[in-house]
Design a protein around this ligand. Structure first.
Ligand code: SAM
Length: 449
């Protein structure tokens, strides 16, 4: 990028409070959750760790029971920690698989481990019998699910269809949801696809096809891990827990649908989608179809439209989209992106500028809502990163902070990680003089005074 755009944005009077505040908080990486009880039941891309949420709660929640929300709840990291710390929690999430996983985790926390062990045994015996009898599955592959190569190899598909029969026989309820969570959390591991980091064929990622797998054991192992975590809960502690609701709803509807009131929230801990065009909807297509959660292109398009920032694919062809707010630093940044590689059209600056504008407009809507729903004295902690778009460094943390200040919020930026890997955007390196600009992660702390 030209140094002009860069200096303008970096030159604004922002308080970068390294050495105080959140920089001492636990690491944000969701990968930490792989070690954490309850959170390790299902992986979800790009979030923060449970330890990070616990630190935020200890630091910012006033004494007594309060309300903590996560506007982009994913699989419920913030909500679980809030409830277990004795607070009430509300989450919003539009992805049906993440919502299923988050809701099931929250409900299952109240189960005894014995119930899950019994379910696991029942499933295992049912499968052994069905396979012995060479039973013809009643379930069929989801209509409309397309994959370049067969998603499951034939022997695995047979077991998967039996698993789906078992889930159907359970009817609606928590046991069925637990089975669906176990299936959803493991299905890619025995498929011919993998995340590298987006969903693609295993051969495409240089990996062999998976011809054989013992689906029963994989599901039983997952249920055993869930039962093991539930055994750790002291039943008496449950009496002190708060209540939680995870809405399958866009956060942008939280006021219009009367889910939240103005000045009602003590703490927000959240991480919205990043400005890296990570396509949550496409990447969860197998889960959406095989679990019967969003079984048509139309439903997926609705999800894409509701997604924070939309996606480059959905807006790149539109006429130039304008910013909904007036902030000269941001307008010049967008103009800079728009003027890059114009000959490439939708694949160059013009297409990517449209995506950036949609993202920034949603950021503005988000900050306005944050200001509205927070109680005076309340805090929002928003984890985001910078992104390089068409060679332009977009410091989302700084922009959120500027927008927060415009709303009258007290904002601080706290660097959490000064090196982040992974970027799905092309032309994503930029140098400042001789040094390469790093991708970092930061927490924007916003206080309503
Ligand atoms: C970075 S992830 C959050 C992960 C979460 N912190 C966790 O620990 O699981 C962002 C989430 O925002 C969701 N999302 C995108 N647009 C949304 C909207 N308008 N309202 C609610 N959730 C949305 C995505 O589906 C995705 O799950």
């Amino acid at each position: 990028m030209s140094s002009e755009g860069m200096t303008r944005l970096s030159g604004t009077q922002l308080h970068l409070s390294l050495g105080e505040g959140l920089n001492e908080l636990s690491t944000t990486a969701f990968s930490e959750n792989r070690e954490e009880p309850f959170h390790r039941w299902v992986n979800w891309i790009a979030g923060f760790s449970a330890a990070f949420v616990r630190d935020c709660i200890n630091r910012y929640m006033p004494p007594g029971r309060g309300l903590i929300i996560d506007p982009f709840a994913g699989v419920g990291t913030t909500l679980i920690e809030a409830v277990m710390a004795g607070h009430n929690a509300i989450g919003f999430e539009i992805n049906p698989f993440a919502t299923l996983a988050g809701r099931t985790k929250l409900a299952a926390l109240h189960l005894s481990s014995g119930v899950v062990e019994e379910l696991s045994q029942q499933f295992s015996q049912w499968m052994v019998k069905a396979i012995e009898e060479d039973r013809e599955p009643q379930s069929t592959e989801p209509k409309g699910f397309r994959s370049r190569i067969p998603f499951f190899s034939p022997p695995i598909l047979y077991q998967v269809l039996l698993l789906m029969d078992f889930i159907d026989d359970l009817g609606d309820g928590l046991p069925s949801d637990l089975m669906r969570l176990a299936f959803g959390a493991t299905m890619v591991s025995f498929s011919n696809y993998s995340y590298e980091p987006s969903l693609g064929t295993r051969p495409g990622a240089g990996k062999p096809l998976i011809e054989e797998a013992d689906v029963t054991s994989i599901i039983v192992n997952k249920l055993s891990a869930i039962a093991r975590d539930l055994r750790r809960i002291d039943p008496v502690s449950r009496n002190k827990w708060g209540r939680s609701t995870l809405y399958r709803e866009s956060f942008f509807n939280c006021l219009s649908k009367n889910i939240l009131g103005s000045s009602s929230v003590d703490l927000i801990v959240t991480s919205p989608p990043y400005l890296n065009n990570y396509h949550y909807v496409r990447n969860t297509r197998p889960h959406l179809y095989w679990l019967g959660l969003a079984a048509s292109r139309r439903e997926q398009r609705k999800l894409e439209r509701e997604s924070y920032g939309r996606f480059w694919q959905t807006v790149r062809n539109d006429r130039p989209i304008a910013l909904d707010f007036d902030l000269s630093e941001v307008s010049s940044l967008v103009a800079e992106i728009r003027n890059k590689r114009t000959h490439k059209g939708q694949y160059g600056g013009p297409g990517w500028a449209n995506y950036a504008v949609c993202y920034l407009n949603d950021s503005w809507r988000f900050i306005q809502l944050v200001n509205d729903v927070l109680k005076p004295g309340g805090t929002a902690v928003v984890v985001v990163g910078n992104h390089i778009i068409q060679g332009v460094n977009v410091e989302v943390d700084r922009i959120l902070s500027l927008l927060g200040k415009r709303q009258g919020l007290q904002c601080d930026i706290n660097l959490l990680r000064d090196k982040r890997v992974g970027n799905s955007i092309t032309n994503s390196t930029v140098r400042r003089g001789r040094t390469k600009v790093n991708l970092y992660e930061a927490a924007v702390e916003m206080k309503k005074v």
